[in-house]
Write a protein that binds this ligand. Structure first.
Ligand SMILES: [Zn+2]
Length: 343
């Protein structure tokens, strides 16, 4: 009997990430509009937001990630982190970081005032973006994108001068076939967009960013319909495994869409700092993002992707979209700079 050692999730193909000859972009520094740069500590839960800061909280992972970002020409990075992380991050990294405050409830019964207190804390820290996370798995906690307390939070944030709101609605199509099979509990995929449309109509005077390509890169025609109807809606390119897996098989349609609406897409990674992550984890996401958007590279994705295959080492194809230089310039930095300057 032989033991198969699974390759690391950040490099299942044994690729040399120093090979970047296919990168074409040489313009101004890239802005990452979607990340989760935080202090980390050994007691952080593996897949949930970190607990209160302790004496062991460290900036080492944030330093590592920002160093890797620099090597990919990514300069300014917007992060969603707990409000009490903002001051230490700002003190250490200064203008390199911008902040996005996620307004959530920990339980279904948490009073609305807790959410407003959280908002006040973020506003006191001068966040430029407010985020509403409304994935189907948050429905049992009442995390609907258009929950009344979120609409009120959006009103208050807007009154305080916030001009950009980010939402997570939807999730990969494949999850609706595997984890979200109970439509009564999670809703169907189209159900996820009802609340978003309500917000878009109620708040036409601010910018809305649909995270992870609006949560529906599987259907570029749906994204186009939304872009057409709502001129104040943009999408970010974050969630690297999802984008690689689903953009690659329909890259011509995605390229055509981005070329028709070049000022509506923003570069994002969705990288999360976690205690003990190796440098190559951060490298893998930025390498794949840049490869996907700016090159015509074709090959097996170096990232493990359990939504593609449970067999270690079996990752999906990565087929570069090869965006034209003028579109790349907008997506990589100019669109975000234009939106953020309006504050
Ligand atoms: Zn995220």
């Amino acid at each position: 009997m032989s033991t198969v050692i699974a390759p690391p999730e950040h490099n299942v193909t044994g690729i040399d990430y120093a090979e970047r000859g296919h990168f074409r972009y040489t313009g101004p520094p890239i802005l990452d509009i979607h990340s989760h740069v935080m202090l980390t500590q050994p007691t952080d839960p593996p897949n949930a937001p970190p607990g209160p800061l302790t004496a062991e909280a460290s900036l080492a992972q944030a330093e590592l990630m920002l160093k890797v970002a620099t090597s990919f020409a990514v300069d300014r990075i917007y992060t969603m982190c707990p409000a009490e992380h903002i001051a230490p991050l700002r003190e250490r990294f200064g203008d390199r970081l911008g902040f996005n405050g996620p307004i959530n409830k920990k339980t279904k019964d948490e009073p609305d005032d807790e959410a407003y207190r959280l908002l006040d804390h973020f506003l006191a820290e001068r966040v430029e973006i407010i985020k509403f996370w409304a994935a189907p798995r948050g429905r049992d906690r009442g995390l609907f994108v258009d929950a009344p307390w979120r609409i009120e939070a959006a009103r208050r944030a807007r009154a305080a001068g916030v001009r950009i709101f980010m939402v997570h609605v939807g999730d990969p199509d494949v999850w609706f076939r595997t984890v979200y099979t109970d439509a009564a509990k999670f809703g169907t995929k189209p159900d996820q967009y009802v609340g978003l449309i309500r917000l878009l109509e109620e708040f036409p005077d601010v910018t809305w960013i649909g995270a992870h390509m609006g949560g529906d890169v599987e259907h570029p025609d749906h994204l186009e319909e939304l872009l057409q109807c709502y001129p104040h809606l943009c999408f970010d390119t974050s969630a690297t495994k999802w984008q690689v897996r689903e953009v690659s098989p329909r890259r011509d349609a995605v390229r055509a869409l981005m070329c028709r609406y070049p000022d509506r897409f923003l570069f994002g990674s969705d990288l999360v700092t976690r205690h003990g992550l190796p440098r190559e984890h951060y490298v893998s996401r930025y390498w794949c993002q840049r490869t996907l958007w700016e090159s015509a590279w074709e090959g097996q994705s170096p990232m493990a992707d359990p939504d593609h295959s449970k067999t270690p080492g079996e990752s999906p194809p990565l087929c570069g979209v090869n965006l034209p230089a003028n579109v790349l310039d907008l997506v990589y930095h100019a669109n975000a700079e234009r939106l953020l300057a309006t504050r």
